[in-house]
Design a protein around this ligand. Structure first.
Ligand SMILES: Cc1cc2nc3c(=O)[nH]c(=O)nc-3n(C[C@H](O)[C@H](O)[C@H](O)COP(=O)(O)O)c2cc1C
Length: 378
């Protein structure tokens, strides 16, 4: 079953019918939305049991309690896949140990013109310039409030916040704060996303002064019960700028740092042309997947070392195998996330990674995943 996706489904979708990546993504999201619905109605609840039986792996050695939340395993869904949070109930049944919804912005917005998502199969990568297409914080808040009224979700749900395109950079703090205010009761943790390359000027908010005004606004709003807040950073930041963010993380008592988003670099890509007929070098957007793997791990290692392991890290970028996840965890990540790998490897990937992590734990004579964090910090 494990290989059906890679041997048959993926070649069919990617090569034979050359399915448009965004259309494929929309159909997947529609299917997951439908599954979320049927999984939890009493007459069709068995579907959820079947999904869990097929995709989940439960093992005490993979569990962790972090920032007041219980994570059944360390492998989560990265932001950007479920931008409107329509499939929140189903991610736990697909094996993920947590899921990050969004990026959501205060104002609903259509995102950039299409086409804006491309596969780079020779590089095990994707190029996207989606531009935070989403139905807005009010819509997500309604949806998640409804879900939470009816269900206890089995995994922590993060909400990734971005700046609305129409909001000027100087007013960014208010924009993030307004989204946080609407969504605070709906998410288990929150992420200040200042690292997407696809909203003009957004990455400038990684600058210490700009970022601290956002964190200040959120901390004033984050009254009891306080929610864990993360900052998600770009792989293209200089190490000096990362040091500033580490300092801010201490000052504002952040729950941690998510490293990293997509890269604007185009080094060493094998893909010569994407679906527009142009080269990736000529196209705007962020690259995800294998090309971002090493840089993201390097940043994780840097944060771990320079914070003496005191700042929890969620590692993301180019994870396809258990070895990739292990590399990030042993470099210092407490948790990891996946987006592009899931597209390439298919829905059994999470289970495969979890099985692989258990083997790696055994080989090292470790009894739990938390013991592996940062052991190869270099
Ligand atoms: C199509 C696409 C859309 C994305 N959208 C978002 C987003 O809205 N917010 C965000 O923080 N990251 C977004 N990301 C970045 C991912 O969350 C992740 O940080 C990055 O892709 C690296 O992980 P990966 O190599 O496993 O994909 C997006 C990535 C892709 C491929």
């Amino acid at each position: 079953m494990n290989d059906i996706y890679q041997l048959a489904i993926r070649p069919l979708l990617f090569n034979a019918v050359k399915a448009d990546p965004e259309k494929l993504h929309s159909s997947t999201i529609r299917t997951l939305y439908w599954l979320s619905d049927i999984c939890y109605s009493p007459s069709t609840r068995w579907v959820n049991q079947r999904l869990r039986h097929s995709f989940c792996l439960f093992d005490k050695r993979l569990e962790q309690n972090l920032f007041g939340l219980h994570f059944p395993n360390p492998v989560g869904l990265a932001a950007g896949f479920d931008k409107d949070g329509v499939a929140a109930p189903v991610w736990g049944s697909l094996g993920f140990g947590f899921a990050e919804l969004g990026t959501v912005t205060f104002h609903p917005q259509p995102g950039n013109p299409k086409p804006r998502l491309f596969r780079l199969p020779e590089d095990n990568a994707a190029l996207n310039r989606m531009g935070f297409n989403n139905s807005g914080a009010v819509d997500m808040a309604h949806r998640l409030t409804e879900v939470r009224k009816n269900l206890t979700l089995p995994i922590p749900i993060g909400v990734n916040l971005g700046k609305s395109k129409i909001t000027p950079l100087e007013a960014a703090a208010i924009d993030y704060r307004d989204s946080f205010r609407l969504l605070k009761d709906c998410g288990d943790y929150f992420v200040v996303n200042v690292s997407s390359p696809n909203t003009p000027g957004l990455r400038a908010l990684q600058d210490a002064t700009m970022l601290s005004s956002i964190l200040e606004a959120l901390s004033q709003e984050n009254l009891l019960p306080q929610k864990p807040i993360f900052v998600k950073i770009a792989p293209d930041l200089e190490l000096e700028a990362i040091s500033d963010i580490i300092e801010l993380a201490f000052n504002y008592k952040l729950a941690g740092i998510i490293a990293t988003n997509t890269t604007i670099r185009r080094d060493n890509l094998k893909t010569q042309f994407i679906a527009t007929g142009k080269s990736p070098q000529e196209e705007a957007g962020g690259i995800s997947g294998a090309p971002v793997r090493d840089r993201s791990t390097e940043i994780i290692r840097y944060i771990y070392k320079h914070s003496q392991g005191q700042i929890p890290i969620i590692g993301v970028g180019g994870i396809f195998t258990a070895a990739d996840a292990w590399e990030k965890i042993t470099a210092g990540a407490s948790l990891v996330q996946i987006y592009t790998g899931w597209i390439y490897e298919g829905p059994w990937m999470i289970r495969r990674i979890l099985e692989g992590l258990l083997v790696l734990l055994e080989q090292r004579g470790l009894t739990s995943i938390s013991e592996a964090i940062g052991i190869e910090r270099g």
